[in-house]
Design a protein around this ligand. Sequence first.
Ligand code: XMP
Length: 510
Amino acid sequence: MEKILVLDFGGQYNQLIARRVREINVYAEIIPYNKISAGEIKAAGYKGIIFTGGPNSVYDENSPHCQSDILETGIPVLGICYGCQLIAYLGGGEICSAGEISEYGKTALTVRSSPLFEGVPGKSVCWMSHTDYVKTPPAGYETIAFTDNCPCAALCNSSKNIYGVQFHPEVTHTEYGKKITENFVKNICKCSGDWTTDDFIESSVKRYREELGGKKVLCALSGGVDSSVAAVLMHKAVGDNLICVFVDHGLLRKDEGNTVERVMKEKMGLNIIRINARERFLTALAGVTQPEEKRKIIGREFIRVFEDVAKEIGKVDVLVQGTIYPDVIESGKGDAAVIKSHHNVGGLPDVMEFETIAEPLRNLFKDEVRAAGRKLGIPEELISRQPFPGPGLAIRIIGEITEEKLDILRESDAIFRQEIARAGLGGEINQYFTVLTNCRTVGVMGDAGTYGYTLALRAVTTDDFMTADFARIPFEVLAKASNRITNEVRSIGRVVYDITAKPPATVEWE
Ligand code: XMP
């Protein structure tokens, strides 16, 4: 399989670079700069290498440097931003700080004729974000682009097929970014661009059929997109040897548990054991008000329920997990501050007796998982669902969780979702839901005074959920949702719209 290596120097757009390459139908993988040697790169058969950006200056004592022999492998290289400066530095060029005139944002770019810029007009707009720049390219390199403030906005050594760009082709604000990436991947690295989701499904099914034929395979369904796609893919490979366990903790949205069971069982033909553990979770959560404690209890109970099921099922050979590529990269990253202890279907390996774990989606990005799910025939209602946190509605009820509050939240959430769908906004907003605050306020209904809960509507737009902005929902849509909720849901006396970005807030309230 043709593949491109994205060598990670810590830049914020690294996943985006890999996605851009995959959008050209070439498989790309991200590896930290210090985790692979020139020899390993050659042996793995990469057709091209992209050095990512990064926050450092190449002269910093602790700045990430790869071995210069990576530039001698004969494999084409494209350095982006810091990656471009590193290429210049390793070749003996001179890097300079732009100081006061550091470039940030959309910038006019002038390019010279080069295989990297085939089909790119002489003048266009690029996205810059840098303080340092290459002042003097190394011997053997020529400058192939510039801006008003950056004398070397791109460089190349055409005999070695090494290129560098100071700007970010992976960002959509770079007008011809896609073309430039395509020129590198297809014309310079000579990739044919034939990697598709179909290939992925076919090769995975074939591989798992061969490797796991006759084995007993278990998959924990969370109801989310990833575990659903992993389960259906695995079912295609091993058929009824796959047992799916769906632990319903009673903290799902309105009708969600039934939908997941119906679709997976009746439509996709999966062998599902649904465990109704609502009471067990509610009992364990009784009186608990702290978010982290809620998360821990849910994680712990989840494992206990699973332990019980595991005893009944007996030893399995393979445990399927819905890990996707961003999880793999994130977990390799080390010590980013823990803001919340996210609970997914984690911890299972400790309680199950099994021989091996299969992670069929570990090389896919979320949108590729969705594409694979559609190809596998999973209905849109499951595939295009917005993300839903493992602890479910428990972290959308501020304070103690009760059955009554869960009902109030479910009804209001369903109405808000209906109104977003009716207004045709579902595709534009990445996550939207309601939050039941613990605050009661005074109101009036008919001639009587009321003292109902305040409900918050939350809706965000985001690329990666690391940062987010509140969605600019038209007032009429908010008005309709508020009106319906206060009329149709008992106990809600006031509705507010959360207009906070992340940071400083998070997407969820707890
Ligand atoms: P925050 O609130 O951290 O949310 O800004 C970012 C994304 O993560 C989801 N989220 C969770 N997902 N377990 C999960 O599986 C959790 O404990 C959890 N907390 C937040 C959130 O819904 C959003 O998509």
